[in-house]
Design a protein around this ligand. Structure first.
Ligand code: PLP
Length: 369
């Protein structure tokens, strides 16, 4: 239901060669890395946004041993329950209506509670059983949550509500991935607000799991690290012991010989300064490859690193084959994966790996390795 159909690539079924391969073993290893770094905490594996583009059920199946899951849409949480997943499921934005809180009770889901309206809904609905809720505090991110300093008052009000069994405090960091900015500015507010409440807490995203062990608390929320990508601009995923959970691959479908002075593609943004050979790859922005990736973005052809040249178009992109004489029609290309880190491609395109992985287009067939 939440996975795209898996297309079989075999000799009798020729299809366009683009392919995303998901590596369940890497997902499991990355999850255990998160657990190793936060050994006294339970972990909600964050599988929002279709498992960061990897497929909700592919990720959930690979991480069936996770302590819990966190996502946004209640239908997907219910689907996990129907598939037999029994662990706690956190709804990161909580219920979007009072009715959803009824569903939370029926399926034993844990909504975040971030605004007074959600508290009022909880005071008026009739639930089949009391809920564990995550009281979301705004410690400076200024996205969702109650002003941190009001934590005590809201916690008291929730604890007085017979629809509520347990309250967990939750907050989110804005700069855990930027060592020069750190998290102290938010952590102080959280600690002041939480002191004396004796409530469990759920605070750390991937960056905080890695860099701020003293904030791990009762539950952590690893997302990007599960997918084998680094939350930090300055440190590689490999250096952090993470393995890529997705390979995006394709093949060369065309070769051109350029004379010196010839240009390539839309806008003529690349001009050959000498005679050269280029390859055309079956992958474009309509597959989810970033259109803003400029000339020089790394790419692998026949196992050799080379560079993207010219503009990425809807269905194709072009690569420099100057030093890859063996490359020909059908040669394998890795857009990102084990050799070309998605983080490198994202950096070249001026974005983050999160966006690239989430943007894998529905037309790209996906297989599980
Ligand atoms: C997405 C998200 C996470 C996971 O963040 P990563 O940087 O991917 O580890 C954790 N907590 C909340 C509230 C989120 O929205």
């Amino acid at each position: 239901m939440y996975n795209r159909p898996i297309i079989q690539h075999g000799p009798l079924k020729m299809t366009r060669p683009i392919l995303a391969t998901i590596h369940p073993e890497a997902l499991r290893q990355n999850y255990s890395q998160a657990k190793k770094r936060a050994p006294r905490s339970l972990a909600f594996a964050v599988i929002k946004a279709n498992g960061y583009g990897h497929g909700l059920m592919r990720v959930a199946d690979a991480l069936a041993m996770a302590d819990g899951f966190a996502l946004l849409e209640i239908e997907q949480a219910v689907y996990l329950r129907e598939q037999g997943f029994k662990q706690p499921i956190l709804l990161l934005e909580g219920g979007f209506s009072a009715d959803e809180l009824v569903v939370c009770a029926n399926f034993d889901l844990r909504p975040a509670i971030h605004c007074p309206e959600q508290v009022q809904w909880l005071e008026t609905v009739k639930l089949s059983r009391p809920l564990t809720v995550c009281l979301k505090l705004n410690t400076g991110m200024n996205r969702l949550g109650f002003v941190a300093e009001s934590a005590g008052a809201w916690a008291q009000r929730l604890q007085a509500n017979s629809n509520i069994a347990n309250v967990v405090l939750m907050a989110h960091y804005a700069t855990a991935d930027e060592p020069d900015k750190g998290i102290d500015w938010q952590l102080h507010r959280f600690r002041d607000a939480a002191s004396g409440l004796a409530l469990p807490a759920c605070l750390a995203n991937s960056a905080a799991i890695i860099d701020y062990p003293d904030t791990h608390a009762d539950w952590v929320r690893p997302g990007i690290m599960l997918y084998g990508s680094s939350p930090f601009a300055e440190r590689s995923a490999c250096h952090l012991g993470l393995r890529p959970a997705m390979t995006l691959s394709s093949r060369i479908i065309g070769v051109q010989q350029l004379a010196s002075g010839a240009t390539v593609g839309y806008g003529r943004t690349f001009c050959a300064d000498q005679a050269m050979r280029i390859g055309v790859v079956a992958c474009g922005y309509a597959d989810g490859y970033p259109r803003h990736a400029p000339t020089g973005t790394p790419i692998l052809v026949c196992g050799q690193r080379t560079r993207l040249i010219g503009r990425v178009s809807m269905d194709m992109l072009t690569v420099d084959l100057t030093n890859i004489p063996a490359a020909a029609i059908g040669s394998p290309v890795e857009l990102w994966g084990g050799q070309i880190s998605v983080d490198e491609v994202a950096a070249a395109a001026g974005t983050i790996s999160y966006e690239l992985m989430c943007a894998i287009a529905p037309r790209v067939p996906v297989v599980v390795a």
